[in-house]
Design a protein around this ligand. Sequence first.
Ligand code: XIL
Length: 601
Amino acid sequence: MLFRHRFSYVLFLFIFGWASLPAQEDTTSLRELADANNFFIGAAVYTYHLDTPGHEATLSREFNMLTPENEAKMCEVQPRRNQFDFNRLDELVNFAEANDMVIRGHTLLWHQCMPEWFANGDFSREEAIGIMRDHIMTVVGRYKGRIRYWDVVNEAIDDNSQMRQTPWQQFIGDDYVEIAFAFAHEADPDAILFYNDYGAEGLNAKSDAIYAMVSDLVERDVPIHGVGLQGHFTVGDTRNWVSPTNLGANIDRLGELGLEVQLTEVDFRHDGDASDDILELQARDYYSITHTCLINPHCTAVVTWGVSDQFTWLRNSNLGFFNNPNVEPLLFDEEYDAKPAYHAVADAFREELGLDPVTEFATGNDATETEIAVNIPEPTKSDALQLAPDSVGGAVYYAAFPIAIVLDGNTDDWVNIPRVTVTDGPTLPMDNDTALTFAVAADNDNLYFLAEVQDSQIVYGNYTTSEWYREDSVEFYLNTTGDLEATAYQAGIAQIGIMAANLAQPESLLYGGNNSDQSQVSAIVVESSGGYVVEALVPLETGFWSIKPAHMETIGFQTHLNGSSGTDRDTKLIWSIFDVADQSYNNPSLFGRLVFWDVNE
Ligand code: XIL
């Protein structure tokens, strides 16, 4: 028998439930489930998409709330001064009423979609206030009693948490915000008036600034009734800055001011193609934010920014940073079929109603915060000569120790140490031929990392160590703190990127990465027949960390490959399945696990 012990070893992993589970036959729609919870599930709608087969039917069947995606913005309704065009907004309002959907009017004042005549004008404070009054009285007044919620001001705080310098702010001053709320209230005293913004969903400097601003408005009896948290997220964010704790705390503090909170523009983007893993993680994210909002009495709606992945603004936004022609951020795919994320939202609703979940996700516990425990099957070796067990997907690597290794670029001493090959990642060129094969081992003094890179075109020499990741390089990451859920870099956690440029044998090692300068890394890079080899070591004991290999002892571990075939990175390979958007440099909780394996056991 190969193993003497039975392992009761428990690792914390995701259960990937949706892909493998046939969705149970259940025809209860999201809107029925939301209605039963006295809650809104909404979607942004662009009139031009209404004709697409499936669009209207999905909207009216699944959503009880509607937001005009662009039709209520100033450049659309008042393209020329005093010439209002309500054709398309009327179409959406009529559609919503015909289908018994509550409308979120979005938005009265915003620095984008601002008509030229206003943005390029030169107005005194009094003139600008007059223009604002006309605009708000006309738009809100026209739909009095019909549009229940209004985003009165959108995105007034900038990314430095200061008042954004917009034409409104420049012509009028910071008090343009409260003036706008007063006009909207005058135009429709029953409308529920919101301030709406992005990047302020969890607790951070921007949400602090918004909290301060709305607290002040509430205190001075400005008619503001709610705060919209847009929710343009990245897959994985609910493990990080919008964890249930952070999002819940922000909703709580706004709620304590007497304000209603809604998630108003939710989508979850990701890099590259949407693999099944990404769609599973995305579903988990959707469950998390829906659950967090639903169980909080102040939070009344989740609105997704679109219906079908075919028509998401992220596929052709003018914000190059977000653009991804293959992004699938919403609840329905291009065929209007429900995605895993749809079932996850449904289960968040079902859970509150005491209905059986359709997936195996909603557990009744806060499964999104405390990871789901899975008994890792007894480690197995597919090859008797192997010195450590097989890896578990992109989640667990077993590192053999003690192994005598010499840092010389020769891989003979790595014989029988398990290798893992990574060929996938968020950024891949059309005909990708790059692969990263890695191994890890330790002796009594050092932890060793080996990368055998397959790469037909080794590119280096274009960047210095400050932008090491933009050309051929290999990264390994260690989290030695024992807190595998840590979401920020701190002592004991490092990202170490070794540049292929070391092939030119510089006087000192070319490397970079978060805290890498404290890792005391040494490395050798040599050319191989199909690419290059990186052999690296870090001491187990440094002032920065103390790694004590012991049988089944676990640390956080991740590895990436950066590939370039020209002037910039065009390939990104990632080992850990938890990192789907290249965020490991930011968030160590996305690493996989390295489990030490005593070869004498
Ligand atoms: C976007 C729309 O989706 C696009 O169609 C349009 O070209 C630009 O505006 N935050 C907001 C929304 O408040 O109004 C934006 O909508 C997305 C970001």
